[in-house]
Design a protein around this ligand. Structure first.
Ligand code: DNO
Length: 389
């Protein structure tokens, strides 16, 4: 597989020459300065592409060309936004960039409650705690009817938590769930927003009355509209699975399991309608057998995220070592190497280790931790190739 790396553009503290030194071949990036919903001009795309190529790398994947909320909930301006999306795709196609990752998660992209869960060796990982999340939902957002979504055990634990949680811990939870993990991926809420919780509630309200079926219809509508331009430029669209792969905050999530993946692939049965196989996201749902999904959907997989998780009995999960856990990354490399040795893969997330903690990286996107994981995956790939496993 092609070794790629998520790089956040010219402002990223991790530079392209650094990435050359650690064996990265391709770059995964986006035009992060362009607001969600606006057209990506060809000049800006070419400028980024040239910058990457001058460093001896290639722009392998766009992650993400964001899908505006209005396209997801079918707002009045969705056709206009889809037209803009098509022009951006056309510009990318003209520039020769042909693998585009996106997601169809309403409001909240990925969710974590703790960005610094310490392991016994002193390094740290991202973590999701169901009680903390339920607390955010019931006590901070005060979402109507939220308690219906939780077991009595979780409800009781949130009551206990309410007796001990401090104001600064509440602030931290808000920051982790809706600011730090979201700002750099979809721009819905950023560090500059003064009242993030109120803003977040307004965003949630946009989805009143949008159930699973409606969201599926809206995804199909979007895919059908964009497939002609993808056919013309041979662009592969690859949707990112929902992270974690189950319903949250009363919002429908529709890329969570085998049936969901099968549904969107079949409902627009075009080879350019594909999947980002994010092993980390899929593995966080105990209903998913990750290697079985990889075998089944390898031919429609256009991009791979190598990451693993451990899910505990209470449903909490931690981002595990890339060599362990429910992601079964060694098997996945074997499956995908067979299917298509040119498939771009990136090591997704890494621990915070050594001096990573002082660098204020985007959560999950450390340098040393990711480099360590890349070296592990590189070793796995080399072994599988050399021994023809
Ligand atoms: C988090 C990422 C996601 C992903 C988007 C793709 O680390 O995996 O934010 O980039 O969902 O659209």
């Amino acid at each position: 597989m092609e070794k790629t790396w998520r790089w956040f553009g010219k402002k990223d503290k991790i530079t392209l020459p650094m990435l050359r030194q650690i064996g990265v071949e391709g770059i995964v990036t986006a035009l992060h300065d362009i607001p969600n919903g606006e057209i990506w001009p060809i000049e800006a795309i070419l400028d980024m592409k040239n910058y990457i190529e001058e460093a001896g790398l290639r722009w392998s994947v766009v992650e993400s060309l964001p899908v505006s909320e209005s396209i997801k909930y079918a707002g009045a301006d969705r056709d206009l936004l889809i037209d803009n999306y098509i022009i951006s795709l056309e510009n990318l196609g003209k520039a020769g960039i042909k693998t585009i990752c996106y997601n169809f998660m309403p409001v909240l992209d990925w969710a974590r409650t703790d960005l610094n869960h310490i392991w016994s060796d002193g390094s740290s990982s991202l973590y999701f705690d169901r009680v903390q999340f339920a607390y955010f939902d019931m006590y901070i957002l005060e979402r109507e009817g939220a308690e219906k979504d939780y077991s009595q055990e979780i409800i009781d634990k949130t009551k206990d938590l309410d007796k001990t949680i401090s104001e600064s811990e509440k602030e931290q939870l808000i920051e982790n769930i809706i600011i730090k993990t979201q700002g750099f991926v979809n721009g819905n809420i950023t560090e500059e927003d003064k009242q993030p919780v109120a803003l977040f509630k307004q965003l949630l309200a946009l989805y009143d009355g949008i159930d699973r079926k409606a969201l599926r219809d809206n995804m199909k509508y979007f895919l059908e509209k964009i497939m002609p331009i993808c056919d013309q430029y041979e662009i592969d669209m690859c949707v990112h699975p929902d992270d974690p792969p189950y319903q949250l905050l009363g919002l429908p999530r529709i890329v969570t399991n085998e049936e969901d993946i099968e549904w969107f692939l079949k409902s627009v049965d075009n080879t350019h309608n594909g999947l980002t196989f994010c092993a980390g996201s899929l593995s966080a749902g105990i209903h998913n057998d990750v290697p079985a999904l990889a075998r089944k959907f390898a031919s429609r997989t256009k991009f791979v995220h190598l990451r693993s998780t451990n899910v505990f009995e209470n449903g909490n999960f931690i981002e595990a070592s890339h060599l362990e856990g429910r992601g079964h990354l060694i098997e996945l490399v074997q499956i995908f190497e067979k299917e298509n040795p040119n498939l771009p893969m990136r090591v997704d997330h890494g621990r915070l280790m050594l001096d990573d903690g002082n660098k204020a990286y985007n959560p999950g996107y450390s340098f040393v931790g990711r480099m360590f994981a890349l070296a592990q995956m590189d070793g796995v790939m080399a072994t599988i190739k050399k021994l023809k496993l």
